[in-house]
Design a protein around this ligand. Structure first.
Ligand SMILES: Nc1ncnc2c1ncn2[C@@H]1O[C@H](COP(=O)(O)OP(=O)(O)OP(=O)(O)O)[C@@H](O)[C@H]1O
Ligand SMILES: [Mg+2]
Length: 452
């Protein structure tokens, strides 16, 4: 329950306001003078101070100034009578959250109070997340409180100091390279090189010479001797990314090298010994590749000594608020902006989205939102509109038997509206925002599709 301190030298006001705010579900404390109020501010965990302006011996402005010295974040709402509006402006400049003109309607007060308390709640929630980030739920710069990520941290702690080969699997953007680096930088090899090679997009010959190097004249174009990545990683860690793409012939050679860590450069005679810790990653299901005969079983077993699987972000939504706080902090700092929070609306959307591009896509969305946001809060409007995409819409259409254009468009429209409603927990104003249409337009379409 949130606690509000009410300060007014008119006792009647204290009674009436106290009763009204209690009815709204707040705990209330009252003080009929500013010095008492200050003592309460110091000794109590408050969520809002609602204070009158004209009081003696200390007036509301002075009280505000003192409160802000003690606790700059605690919101203060000023109650001002007619004729003291200039004072209200001064109060705003001193950091009051808002002011309300006396006499006021209960409804007006309710709105101001809810806004102030809500904003403070969000700020505290954000602080809490940042605190959690700073200790419990992170490993280096890897963030996660979900069971699966905590288990990943445990494995890293256990195997980092060993020389065990680790196979890291997971969809694109789940953080495979980040994990590989964490293993290296937490190992005794941290001061030696971390060398990453992508096994995709290179022909067999090029990949072979990339890995093992070549002698001068080994093939056309080999105008000078070149060391391979195995040699460059000597003493350190070699990270073979997209290992599932290694061509069959090279898989044999790779296996042989991994067995005894010796090889010859392409076109060379001399055997080279290296001391390399091997990490590998793939977004393919390597076991299925083995079963399909596309990946050698013996190489698979050689790589899969320790297995770390990173689940897609949509399967660990507990991590979303932490990741949001982490990236909001990172990009706010980069943009030299102050602390940023994420609005409840935006957070709900972030948690419900499927994130096909996983953490990478998520990170870009937050980076962009930080740049677009006007104030110190990321709102629903700051998130990319194309997140509301078709990719995961599961259209109830049979594409080989398309109906007329209007029928087809109607079906798509209906699914989009249903998705927007689901993403916004059936709050129509938010759904309309996501869809980029006015609220009354959404009403019309809901009726049209029998969705109300
Ligand atoms: N748990 C996490 N905490 C913080 N940042 C993360 C986390 N997971 C991923 N990231 C960030 O997301 C981005 C993508 O991560 P990374 O490049 O490691 O993914 P990947 O699995 O290697 O993707 P791909 O298969 O496409 O190569 C990076 O900027 C990384 O720092
Ligand atoms: Mg990668």
């Amino acid at each position: 329950m949130e606690t509000i301190l009410i300060v007014d030298d008119e006792r009647n006001y204290l009674v009436v306001l106290g009763a009204f705010l209690s009815e709204l579900g707040y705990e209330t404390i009252t003080a009929d003078n500013a010095p008492d109020a200050l003592e309460i501010v110091e000794s109590t965990d408050l969520d809002l101070v609602l204070t009158d302006m004209k009081m003696s011996p200390m007036n509301g402005i002075e009280l505000l100034r003192r409160i802000k010295e003690k606790n700059p974040d605690l919101p203060v709402v000023m109650m001002t009578a007619y004729g003291t509006v200039e004072k209200a402006v001064e109060a705003m400049q001193l950091g009051a959250f808002n002011f309300i003109l006396k006499p006021f309607e209960n409804e007006a007060l309710r709105q101001v109070v809810e806004k102030a308390v809500g904003a403070y709640r969000l700020l505290k929630e954000n602080r809490r997340l940042v605190d959690a980030l700073e200790n419990l739920y992170r490993f280096d710069n890897i963030v996660g409180k979900s069971k699966s990520m905590q288990a990943v941290f445990d494995v890293i702690r256990k195997v980092a100091h060993t020389k065990a080969t680790v196979l890291i699997t997971g969809e694109s953007g789940t953080g495979k390279e980040l994990i590989a680096r964490a293993i290296h930088f937490n190992s005794p090899r941290r001061n030696k090189p971390f060398v990453a090679v992508s096994c995709a997009a290179l022909s067999e010959t090029l990949l072979e010479s990339e890995l093992f190097g070549h002698e001068k004249g080994a093939f056309t174009g080999a105008i000078a001797m070149k060391k391979g990545r195995f040699e460059l990683a000597d003493g350190g860690t070699l990270f073979l990314d997209e290992i599932g793409e290694v061509p069959a012939a090279l898989q044999v050679k790779l296996l042989r090298v991994l067995e005894d860590m010796r090889f010859e450069r392409v076109g060379g005679m001399r055997t080279i010994d290296v001391d390399v810790r091997l990490l590998a990653a793939t977004n393919k299901d390597l076991k299925a590749e083995v079963e399909a005969g596309r990946f050698r079983k013996d190489l698979y077993f050689r790589l899969n000594v320790v297995h770390i699987h990173l689940p897609p972000l949509r399967e660990r939504t507990e991590d979303v608020p932490l990741l949001a706080a982490h990236f909001a902090k990172k990009y706010a700092r980069e943009a030299q902006r102050g602390e940023m929070t994420v609005s409840a609306e935006a957070m709900r959307f972030l948690c419900n989205h499927r994130w096909p591009g996983n953490v990478r896509e998520f990170e870009h969305a937050i980076e962009r939102a930080v740049l677009l946001s006007q104030g110190d809060q990321i709102r629903l409007d700051d998130l990319p509109k194309n997140l509301m995409g078709f990719s995961d819409l599961e259209l109830p259409l049979e594409w080989d038997r398309l109906g007329s254009l209007p029928e087809t468009l109607d079906a798509i429209e209906k699914r989009l509206i249903q998705k927007a409603l689901a993403l916004s927990n059936n709050v129509q104003s938010q759904a309309a925002k996501l869809l980029g249409i006015p609220r009354n337009n959404l009403h019309y379409r809901l009726k049209k599709h029998n969705l109300v």
